[in-house]
Write a protein that binds this ligand. Sequence first.
Ligand code: SF4
Length: 341
Amino acid sequence: MNSSPKTRKRVLSGMRPTGKLHLGNYVGALQNWVRMQDEYECYFCVVDWHALTTDYADTSRVKENSLEVVFDWLAAGLDPERSVLFLQSHVPAHAELHLLLSMITPLGWLERVPTYKEQRENIKDKDLGTYGFLGYPLLQAADILIYKADVVPVGEDQVAHIELTREIARRFSSFYGEVFPEPQSLLTPAPKLPGTDGRKMSKSYGNTIMLADPEPVVRQKLKTMVTDPARVRRSDPGNPDVCPVGDLHKIFSSRETMAKVYEGCRSAGIGCIECKGWAADALVQLLNPMQERRKKFEENPRLAWDILEAGTERARKAAGETMKDVRAAMGMSLEYEGPSN
Ligand code: SF4
């Protein structure tokens, strides 16, 4: 096979174009991606086709939301010199591989993917009885395999998708010979990150703290955040282990602050307002440098778009190499192989 040699293990991961990212996206994935750049050859993809698998009816904001995601990637420290940042829909080979894989994928494999059943049951406001929605884990498999990724960072809920990808790679090999390495899941440690109402931070709950929220907004959101329900009055002792603000401290505050929180909360020596102020300090310290970097791209979005275009070109090349291998393995290359007469 004629793919270019890889010196470092290759990582592929993607995010849907959901618009501005929040702290949950940062802690659950982006922070880890930034770190991975030191060790791996990274491909990070805005998976705009995936957005259409559920939100096909209104595509008016997909492009704008893709750009917002890239602003936050660059702000958080993804480095286009080291990582390939690209837009899925402009690497058409993903669709070609998806089609070829669809020929060999038994329907039952897709129907038993846990998120397929769950989301069909839970999402009532749109019709997910579509071919695109059933096939979305297969598109994800194509996204991964087309870069011959060795490693895919995932949360717990995505492990089944990587297992499916591995099964598909094996099935492809059994028919046509080995082209794809079987990718490994790399479980991202995802600390519990509550939103302002104490539930998991999520845009659909309206409880997010955004990476781009200015300092006064962060402080205001913290002020209204729920706390340990047992701490009704200032004189009641509380417990940071059952308080969402305590969870924020555990992720973002220094050890010294954490010690003050435990001591002050349990002895009722501090009030919640003071404690929330410390959590806000830690967040602002994290977000300020990101927002400084983001400003440059907000003021000149073309800069971010150029980065995305250049990355997409690099991705197209890598994907094109794999497709040559795929077509050769399937006996469908364009090279003439008949008699030379
Ligand atoms: S003092 Fe802090 S940790 Fe304790 S209940 Fe109040 S906000 Fe939560």
